[in-house]
Design a protein around this ligand. Structure first.
Ligand SMILES: C[S@@+](CC[C@H](N)C(=O)[O-])C[C@H]1O[C@@H](n2cnc3c(N)ncnc32)[C@H](O)[C@@H]1O
Length: 412
């Protein structure tokens, strides 16, 4: 039977449902033959591959690639840069960092250590004037921490948001006036203050001359990141700009923890050894009893009660408590500290939190990227970051947009 594919295999390979394939059979677009004993439809593998070679190749290997070469040297100004997750992604997509701003001294040390040539502006964003980058940055990016605005029931303007991180982001965009700006945030921004915070941001960007592309929350697992993390992307396009922004297309292949920590498609060696946090003995003894992909419900009842204390009787799944990750699943979202009770992510084989290098791998930082500061500072920088591979895909979308933008403004 190895020269034939079943109806299900063909459907999966082509990304079509079985009904479509039956129709194609009736229409003669892709004829099935009948398996003699069962009379089931099967397909000649050679015909499937020949007729849909591009399609099949795309579907079984890499569905699509978002990669695109920049036509010119594009520059990015990165705000709230942290340890550089977004910035490395932009670099991988072919953009050059014209400057990066960050207040945290350890995050700045990280950036300098790894990219001595980057122009790091260390300090509170509100103390910097960015007008000198006007016309020198093609895109302003930034993951501004989310805060509510106070409303007086009118359309929010830039001045009304003064004192917030978003105000600083929008002020810099106004000073630099790039054709495109990109804010990155948590999914929670959608519902923050019943959606009013996001509406306020959209109206401020409108006031300073930027139309916001329909908001999308991108799932990192669709962009070669072995982690179930989501990022909301806020894209503003200059109102006089005709080029369109398209979000990166999701990949079908989902990577898991094994892909993060072992040699494979994502990394060409096993994860390097490094420092890491440890559990206190009492917690270790409890977590020893939890299997991979398990959580507190997998503990013996008496231990569940003792470990959960008062919250044992409260509702809610609390599925992050005493959670051990499995090799064959994407890791759950990493937080700024590797051993928090509500968001435990224990190593699959050893009863310990992930090490710093494991944390960095799950966020798809390259192994060469070093982090400065204490262990806690390093975890914080990694946990705060946009996964590098997700950032790279967003970077490709920016490059594509800028290629179109400059083509349209300089037609040959
Ligand atoms: C979510 S993190 C950004 C992570 C970064 N985009 C990455 O991918 O690694 C937000 C950053 O904003 C920085 N920050 C907070 N307040 C700031 C301020 N007033 N000025 C400059 N940076 C600030 C924090 O130190 C933190 O590193």
């Amino acid at each position: 039977m190895d020269k034939y594919l079943t109806l299900s295999e063909t459907a999966e390979l082509l990304g079509k449902n079985k009904e479509t394939l039956r129709r194609w059979d009736r229409d003669g677009k892709l004829s099935a033959v009948r398996e003699p004993i069962s009379n089931y439809r099967v397909y000649r593998k050679s015909e499937v591959l020949e007729l849909f070679s591009d399609f099949v190749q795309v579907d079984t290997k890499e569905p699509i690639s978002n990669a695109v070469e920049p036509n010119y040297e594009y520059k990015v100004l990165e705000l709230f840069a942290g340890a550089g997750g977004l910035a490395i992604g932009m670099e991988k997509a072919g953009l050059k960092c014209v400057a990066l701003n960050e207040i945290d001294k350890f995050a700045c040390q990280t950036l300098r250590k790894n990219r001595p040539h980057w122009n790091i502006l260390e300090g509170d964003i509100k103390n910097f004037n960015f007008s000198k980058y006007k016309g020198k940055a093609d895109v302003v990016t930034g993951g501004f921490p989310c805060q509510a605005f106070s409303y007086a029931g009118k359309k929010l303007g830039l001045a009304d948001t003064r004192g917030t991180f978003f105000y600083e982001f929008a002020r810099v965009v106004k000073e630099v006036n790039p054709p495109i700006c990109i804010g990155e945030n948590v999914r929670g921004l959608l519902s923050h203050d019943n959606g009013k915070t996001l509406q306020g941001m959209i109206s401020v960007l409108d006031e300073i001359g930027y139309g916001v592309v329909p908001i999308q929350v991108l799932k990192a697992i669709n962009y070669k990141v072995p982690q179930k993390r989501e990022r909301l992307i806020l894209v503003g396009i200059g109102k006089d700009v005709t080029a369109k922004f398209e979000y990166p297309k999701p990949y079908k292949k989902i990577y898991n923890l094994k892909d993060a920590l072992k040699k494979g498609e994502l990394f060409d060696c096993n994860v390097p050894k490094s420092n890491g946090a440890k559990y206190p003995q009492s917690k270790k003894e409890v977590l020893d009893l939890v299997p991979p992909k398990g959580y507190w419900r997998d503990l013996p009842l008496e231990i569940q009660k003792e470990f959960m204390g008062g919250s044992f009787h409260l509702g809610g799944g609390k599925t992050g408590i005493a959670r051990r990750i499995g090799w064959d699943e994407p890791c759950l979202t990493l937080t700024c500290s590797p051993a928090q009770k509500q968001t435990e992510r224990c190593h699959p084989d050893e009863t310990r939190p992930f090490t710093v290098r494991e944390y960095a791998r799950i966020q798809t930082f390259p192994d060469e990227w070093e982090f400065a500061g204490s262990l806690a500072q390093q975890y914080k920088q990694i946990g705060n970051a946009v996964p590098v591979n997700l950032a790279r895909e967003v970077g490709y979308s920016i490059v594509k947009f800028l290629n179109d933008y400059y083509n349209l403004s300089n037609p040959k």
